[in-house]
Design a protein around this ligand. Structure first.
Ligand code: IDP
Ligand code: MG
Length: 143
């Protein structure tokens, strides 16, 4: 086990459903600490750039438009095995396959509108955190 950071996004449907506190509460109860947070409306360039890895997928255009359909909450979280822990709390991409008690099982409407994003590995986590919080945007939890 080691302390990691991961990039977490509450997507526009999660913000619209007023789930910010509910979702952060689940992360905090699991021992994850918020080390950066920002509400923002993604530009086209930001949404396309963030999901560039999916640019060849048939759902890419819709995904970019969904991610720009309202404000998102972008957070960096820190804790023991933060990347896997965060993905466990989110649940599977498709809510139909998500375990009971996960965010996506409880709140997601579809495989696209699935409420949350979480990094999928150490390299993407570092990349994604730098994408939103580069240049000193992450705050050390000194208490
Ligand atoms: P993840 O968010 O669980 O890591 P990814 O495969 O990285 O899943 O896909 C990124 C996002 O793209 C998903 O969270 C979802 O919003 C959307 N997405 C993934 N697969 C599909 C699909 O088959 N149809 C529509 N949207 C999809
Ligand atoms: Mg992914």
């Amino acid at each position: 086990m080691s302390v990691e950071q991961t990039l977490s996004i509450i997507k526009p449907d999660g913000v619209e459903k007023n789930l910010i506190g509910e979702i952060y509460s689940r992360f905090e109860k699991a021992g994850l600490q918020i080390v950066a947070a920002r509400m923002m409306h993604l530009t086209k360039e930001q949404a396309e750039g963030f999901y560039a890895v999916h640019s060849e997928r048939p759902f890419y255009k819709d995904l970019v438009s969904y991610m720009r359909s309202g404000p998102v909450m972008v957070t960096a979280l820190e804790g023991e095995s933060a990347i896997d822990k965060h993905r466990e709390i989110m649940g599977a991409t498709n809510p139909a396959n998500a375990d009971p008690g996960t965010i996506r099982k409880d709140f997601a409407a579809s495989i696209e509108e699935n409420v949350v994003h979480g990094s999928d590995g150490p390299e993407t986590a570092a990349q994604e955190i730098a994408f939103f919080f580069g240049d000193g945007g992450v705050c050390p939890r000194t208490r």
